[in-house]
Design a protein around this ligand. Structure first.
Ligand code: SAH
Ligand code: AVI
Length: 331
């Protein structure tokens, strides 16, 4: 019998299928020698709000920089999107960057935002409906790494994928490669993917971006403990953990951790977890690439790298990838 099946349902207040998945992920992650929690669970309603606050922080350069790149090159980026096409966005969040593209698309298209955050999808759909009354918006609340059923009436359309925000950086390069292959197969032959990728830079800039002075990123990280308390009946004491961000130059990634301030025990779903003082829960990786490193991941996943746009300071990149028409095999 798997761990998931042995979870005591009664102690998990709202144990429907998705939350059982959450419970399974939390119990598996906290049972490891080096404790981890998957970063996709940051994005409950409060987490999605906190992420939007992060995007407006002076230290968090990625959103500002990518937005400017998209604005500067919008005409080139949307250039080929024609009538009847489908724009599929992975991890769409607020869909604010999408508006930069939509403002440039003259044709009648359909837009499929995919996200795990129900509230982010609902807010975005409501705003887009007002701003673009003609746009056919079909949100999908799902994990983009799982099989995604596109609406049947839209599935045969020519597709452009949009994956901004450097969310790809939250996966290890080998997982990023698999995810990109999966997107290629899902979008189909001849499709394009416009993907935002954060670039390697001075580690001090990186650390500040993930450990801002106002403590918003700390609140975003700690919110995961509130979510566990609320949805899984956990008894985390937020004051018992501190936010930490570090840059590992060998791995080329920013890591976020929650550091236990003391020896303590926490009960979740009826299970007890022991934390030593200074022991950490590793909650997120944010990999940074050079242009060539990312092109190599894209190439290995089966995509052809076409154009790339960057800002003047080479902080961030937006790549255009093409999924080949020949049906070549990918590993
Ligand atoms: N694309 C937006 C939001 C980036 S934040 C931007 O560029 O600003 C990352 C978004 O991806 C969040 O909205 C989060 O809910 C979503 N997300 C993270 N992991 C996901 C997954 N596995 N499946 C679907 N959505 C995911
Ligand atoms: C969504 N993702 C790319 C963000 C990042 O920069 O890794 C999430 C984030 N974590 C801390 N701040 C922002």
């Amino acid at each position: 019998m798997s761990r998931a099946q042995t979870l005591p349902k009664a102690s998990c207040a709202h144990a429907d299928t998705l939350e059982n998945e959450f419970a399974r992920a939390v119990i598996t992650g906290l049972s490891k020698e080096k404790k981890t929690l998957p970063c996709r669970y940051f994005y409950d309603a409060r987490g999605s709000e906190l992420f939007e606050d992060i995007t407006r922080l002076p230290e968090y350069y990625p959103t500002r920089t990518e937005t400017q790149i998209l604005r500067d090159h919008a005409a080139d980026i949307v250039g080929e999107i024609g009538d009847g096409e489908l724009l599929v966005e992975f991890g769409s969040g607020s869909s604010l960057k999408t508006e930069i593209l939509l403002d440039r698309i003259a044709s009648s298209i359909a837009y499929v935002p995919i996200d795990v955050s129900e509230t982010a999808l609902a807010d975005a759909k409501c705003r887009l409906a007002k701003r673009y009354p003609e746009l056919d918006v079909r949100p999908i609340e799902a994990d983009f790494s799982r099989a995604i059923a596109l609406p049947a009436d839209l599935a045969s359309r020519r597709k452009t994928g949009f994956f901004p925000g450097s969310t790809i950086g939250n996966l290890a390069p080998s997982d990023a490669q698999s995810l990109l292959s999966f997107f290629g197969r899902a979008l189909g032959e001849g499709s394009r993917l416009i993907i935002g990728v954060d670039l390697k830079k001075d580690p001090r800039v990186l650390i500040e971006a993930y450990d801002d002075a106002a403590g918003v990123t700390a609140a975003f990280n700690l919110n995961l403990l509130h979510r566990i308390n609320r949805e899984l009946g956990g008894d985390f004491d937020e004051r018992g953990f501190r936010h930490r961000a570090l840059y590992d130059p060998a791995k080329g990634r920013v890591e976020m951790h929650l550091v236990s301030a003391r020896n303590q025990r926490v009960v979740i779903c009826g299970r007890s977890f022991r934390f030593r003082e200074n022991e950490t829960i590793h909650t997120e990786n944010s990999y940074k690439y050079t242009l060539d490193q990312f092109r190599e991941v894209a190439r290995a996943s089966g995509w052809n790298a076409k154009r790339v746009w960057t800002d003047a300071n080479n902080r961030f990149s937006v790549h255009e990838l093409i999924w080949p028409k020949t049906g070549r095999s990918v590993g």
